[in-house]
Ligand binder design. Structure first.
Ligand SMILES: [Zn+2]
Ligand SMILES: [Zn+2]
Length: 353
């Protein structure tokens, strides 16, 4: 008989690949909850149930996931996994692959503390598996109530939690503290100064009044960029594009959104003057900034980050998409702050505030 595989690892791998393909959350959740259920059941019982055909009676396990477990235990790669592996991933062009290899971490990641779908530790373990040295945990700020933005108190609790998690994480990987703070209509940042000062890195993003006229939007962004706490300007245009690979009904309801109106030269000049980075957001439904703007930012001499804005573990692998665009627009690796050693990154953010 073939040696059995690890069914929990196979279920997690399927969830990861589905997330990377931007599949609907409910479909991914079936595999994540089955993985947890199997991990929490003694191996003997799992084997007995597989033989008796009663795996699906375990809470969290369904017919499809039960079949995967049975195949894993029999030493076969689950058919479901084989099918998605066959369709996943294309090779990156050489320049993009070189950028991807140079990235040490990700500066924009969400957890289930705000609108992400997974606990911080699950995101961290997936990032460590991808070879990251760190990610910056950047859950939302209070004003973004639809995304369960963190109040000052909840953020303080999150900082304590992250400190404890970091003790237990694998060597060579750490969670840096951060926030994706809303840039308010007057350009102020939506969190207490004392807290912003404590964080390793602050991404500032516009999430409201995206249709404001160019003069107001420019003033708003420039004010925020000048704020010493802000380090990275997140998804600068706020546009939404039709995401490739999102074939299901839930995603087809996502409306596209044109880029905001602002004076690009003034915004880039502010980034340059204050030494702030422009985010290259890799989300397939954002791909922000558009290539023409990215090219202007490269010529202006700006710093950059390449981030995933991941809301689930598999989305941490979207860095490829950002690297592809960065390579096309000629972004030099040394101007991407997440290619720097982590001490250099932290020194840079600390140099602003
Ligand atoms: Zn955002
Ligand atoms: Zn975000």
């Amino acid at each position: 008989m073939a040696e059995s595989r690890d069914p929990v690892a196979d279920l997690r791998r399927i969830a990861f690949l589905l997330e990377r393909a931007n599949e609907a959350t409910y479909r991914v959740r079936a595999f994540r909850s089955a993985a947890t259920a199997i991990a929490n059941t003694p191996r003997d019982e799992v084997v007995e149930r597989a033989t008796a055909g009663t795996l699906a009676k375990l809470s969290g396990v369904g017919d499809v996931t039960a079949r995967c477990v049975t195949e894993s235990l029999a030493g076969e790669e689950p058919v479901y996994l084989r099918r998605i592996t066959a369709t996943a991933g294309t090779d990156l062009p050489a320049e993009a692959a070189a950028l991807r290899a140079a990235l040490r971490g990700d500066c924009h990641v969400h957890s289930d503390w705000s609108d992400g779908g997974s606990p911080i530790e699950e995101m961290a373990l997936a990032a460590a598996d991808l070879g990251h040295e760190y990610f910056v945990l950047t859950d939302h700020s209070p004003r973004l109530t639809v995304a369960r933005g963190l109040t000052a108190d909840r953020l303080r609790r999150q900082l304590d939690h992250v400190a404890r998690l970091n003790e237990a994480l694998p060597d060579g990987f750490r969670i840096l503290t951060g926030i994706e703070v809303d840039i308010l209509e007057d350009g102020r940042l939506d969190q207490e100064d004392e807290l912003l000062a404590r964080l390793d890195l602050v991404v500032g993003s516009v999430h409201s009044k995206l249709r404001d006229d160019s003069a107001r939007m420019t003033r708003r962004m420039v004010t925020a960029i000048a704020n010493p706490h802000l380090d990275v300007l997140g998804h600068m245009t706020g546009r939404k594009v039709a995401a490739a690979g999102a074939g299901d009904a839930a995603h087809s309801k996502v409306r596209t959104r044109p880029p905001s109106d602002f004076d690009l030269e003034k915004v880039l000049a502010a980034c340059l003057e204050h030494g702030k980075a422009v985010e290259i957001n890799s989300r397939p439904d954002r791909l922000d900034p558009p290539k023409r703007m990215l090219t202007v930012a490269v010529e202006a001499g700006c710093l950059f980050t390449i981030d995933t804005d991941a809301h689930a573990p598999g989305q941490l692998d979207w860095l490829d998409l950002g690297c592809e665009r960065a390579a096309l627009c000629g972004v030099p690796a040394e101007r991407i702050v997440n290619t720097w050693p982590v001490e250099g990154l932290i020194n840079w953010t600390a140099s602003h505030a």
